[in-house]
Design a protein around this ligand. Structure first.
Ligand code: ATP
Ligand code: MG
Length: 674
């Protein structure tokens, strides 16, 4: 394990960022002294969810606390006590099944946590499995660090951060994921941290940064993070810290069932427990002792009770919660919250990152590399398409131009347009993985929705071109479709556009339903309806007018793909009825009109143009969906920090009062503003 050193990055970087900071710090707090960095306060914070059985369930119950610059606040508690929920609430990331009330203020102001000021490491990893550690961090650095910085400087920062996280030995190892073994779970954790601290954010939320790490690695990572705390505010939820790691915490927030058991200096927690009859046994890790005392999931083994009776854990928790509310530590918390709010501080502003063009190029490159290396993304499909094209070519080999070939040409066009495009649903799991990575990076402000859509679209084009032109050529040549390169190019372009449309459809589904099975079923269902109403499996004149003809027939992209391919295939050809030697002929145009009921008022190029329009529309809808999601999340962020008059009064009151006065001001009932 290499030593972890999260001290300041190289001087040049620090100076550049520093200049920006100085400029951004121009807006000062309204009252009193101005603080640098981010002081976060939360007051009477409630988070509830609705449950089917018992109405609303409170996950967090009236929490009050603060986090200050240059301090590391550890949030501890048994599993399910609300650690992640607290971090989510503070970072404005709660989902919409929850309701939140209370005040969350940044430097005493209601303000949004904008890009570069805040980073959040989630409990679950979402990384691109195909990239190596070095590539993942390099791409991330190029996306996040500003354009004013040279590429070499970005690489230097990336390399240094990799070393700081002790990942230098795994630099060239692929991350790996489902199906492929790559770096270990602990290395993934460190890599995730690495990518979030590249911009040296002022506020860092870390949800279980040490899960999956052994005690030595946990210590190195946490001491690295702790060394980096100068000027930064760090809030980390943590399970089972060793005694050494525990000593790194400045403050401790101990939760149980969503209530505060203790908040204050980590070093004073032992005295608080001892005062209430639960002294930490000699040679026992204090964090083990705290967790054991407040974990009611396995209600046994309380070291020592009151009055000789052994209370159950529920009673112990109630005792500690009530005792804390009456303690000097709690009053100190209230005073600190009020003081921080009165001091105010800088209004945080957005820090610059790479510009739109750079981000689009980097994302396109990263996505191309991922698509190239992920066998399931395109290569498997390519191999399957080649196999199917060979099958099509042998079944419909050398169609000729007799009457019989009319039906066969129709069947082959229908197969290509319906089923070869339908098979694009096979890429859905990869789309879902891409969406997860996008959502994490977008939430952390690495780049916006437009850049993602551009990167994703541009990177997929060469692969979809390949899988439409090569298998397309095999099927086309073997079956003896209409001669001429123009005809083949049209055929392949319709196939290409149709596949891109289905990809876009599946991306839309992935943005709304990020579940493999449900997504594939929904995507397949939508396509099934489009195929049915496309005018091949039932002729347009026979389609029932309500729903199937109006609007589905006109909305189905298959209609334009069938008709464009039919025109491409039949126009200009003559078909002979050679069955009984009568040698009647029929023109391709007549067949189009009478047999396939194709709309002949416009050319095949109009059909292709409509397909391209549909593709653009689907991509715009995709952009709209992810943009709406982003807006909703940001709206949620903005609504988290509402300084109510009630709280202002409480804060104003609690400053000068004696320890026990401020306590009665709090009203325990949640008020919903979320
Ligand atoms: N959206 C939700 N709907 C219903 N219950 C929820 C929701 N979100 C969280 N919970 C419940 O709230 C409690 C706290 O969850 P949270 O994820 O914050 O726990 P945690 O302390 O982070 O646990 P762990 O240490 O296991 O990560 C859990 O009991 C969880 O089941
Ligand atoms: Mg959690």
């Amino acid at each position: 394990m290499g030593s972890v050193n999260l001290e300041m990055p190289p001087m040049e970087y620090e100076t550049r960022i520093g200049k920006q900071e100085v400029k951004l710090n121009a807006v000062k707090g309204q009252m009193g002294s101005k603080t640098r960095g981010v002081s976060l306060t939360w007051n009477d914070l409630w988070v509830t969810v609705s449950t089917r059985k018992s109405g609303r369930k409170a996950i967090l119950q009236g929490l009050t606390g603060y986090a200050r610059p240059s301090e590391l606040l550890a949030v501890m508690g048994p599993s399910g006590c609300g650690k992640s929920t607290l971090l989510d609430a503070l970072a404005g990331r709660l989902d919409f099944s929850t309701r939140q009330s209370g005040d969350i203020l940044i430097n005493g102001h209601k303000q949004k946590l904008s890009y570069g000021t805040c980073a959040y490491l989630t409990q679950d990893e979402t990384l691109l499995a195909t990239l190596t550690v070095k590539e993942a961090v390099y791409y991330s650095a190029q996306l996040q660090l500003p354009n004013s910085m040279k590429k070499s400087e970005k690489i230097q920062i990336a390399e240094q951060t990799i070393k700081e996280m002790g990942l230098q030995d795994a630099m060239n190892t692929r991350i790996g994921g489902w199906g492929t073994k790559g770096i270990s779970g602990g290395e993934k954790r460190r890599l995730s941290i690495c990518m979030e601290i590249l911009t040296r954010p002022k506020l860092l939320f870390l949800d279980e940064p040490t899960s999956g790490l052994d005690s030595a690695a946990s210590y190195y990572v946490m001491s690295g993070i702790s060394r980096q705390k100068e000027g930064r505010t760090i809030i980390a939820s943590i399970h089972q810290p060793s005694a050494e790691v525990f000593n790194l915490f400045h403050s401790l927030c101990l939760l149980s069932s969503g209530k505060i058991v203790y908040f204050g200096p980590a070093s004073a927690a032992i005295q608080f427990f001892a005062r209430n009859g639960f002294p930490c046994p000699h040679l026992q890790n204090p964090s083990d002792h705290f967790l054991k005392t407040v974990n009611k999931d396995f209600d046994e083994d309380i070291e020592q009770g009151l009055d000789g009776r052994k209370p159950n854990t529920e009673e112990v928790i109630d005792l500690l919660v009530n005792s804390f509310k009456l303690s000097k530590e709690y009053h100190e918390v209230q005073n600190q919250v009020a003081e921080i709010c009165q001091q105010g501080g800088e209004i945080l502003e957005k820090r610059s990152h790479a510009n739109f063009t750079t981000q689009s190029l980097v994302l396109t490159r990263r996505s191309s590399v991922n698509m190239f290396r992920d066998l399931g993304y395109y290569w498997m499909r390519f191999a399957t398409y080649v196999g199917i094209a060979l099958g099509l070519g042998s079944i419909y080999y050398d169609l000729g131009s007799n009457y019989h070939s009319i039906e066969e040409r129709g069947l082959m066009v229908a197969f290509v347009v319906s089923f070869m495009t339908f098979m694009t649903v096979g890429g859905f799991p990869s789309f879902v993985e891409d969406m997860k990575v996008f959502q994490r990076e977008n939430l952390n402000g690495h780049y916006g929705c437009c850049t993602f859509v551009i990167g994703n679209t541009l990177s997929s084009i060469p692969y979809v071109l390949l899988i439409s032109f090569v298998p397309g050529a095999i099927a086309y040549l073997l079956s003896g479709f209409q001669n001429g390169s123009g005809h083949f190019i049209y055929f392949a372009l319709v196939l290409f556009t149709s596949m891109m449309i289905v990809e876009s459809l599946m991306m839309n589904v992935a943005a709304i339903v990020p579940n493999f099975l449900m997504g594939i079923v929904i995507g397949a269902g939508i396509q099934g309806l489009q195929i049915l109403s496309g005018g091949y499996f039932q002729l347009p004149s026979e389609l029932p007018n309500p729903i199937w003809k109006y609007p589905l027939y006109y909305m189905s992209f298959h209609k334009y793909a069938y008709q464009g391919m039919f025109k491409n295939e039949f126009e200009g050809l003559k078909f002979t009825d050679d069955q009984f030697g009568n040698n009647r002929t029929m023109s391709g145009e007549d067949i189009l009109r009478e047999r396939w009921q194709v709309e002949m008022a416009y050319s095949k190029w109009v059909d292709l143009a409509i397909l391209v329009g549909t593709l653009i529309l689907y991509r715009l809808v995709f952009l709209l969906i992810i943009k709406t999601n982003e807006k909703v999340v940001h709206a949620r962020k903005a609504s988290t920090s509402v300084l109510s008059n009630r709280s202002s009064q409480i804060m104003a009151k609690s400053l000068p009062t004696s320890p026990l006065h401020g306590l009665t001001s709090f009203d325990d009932s949640p008020t919903n503003n979320g």
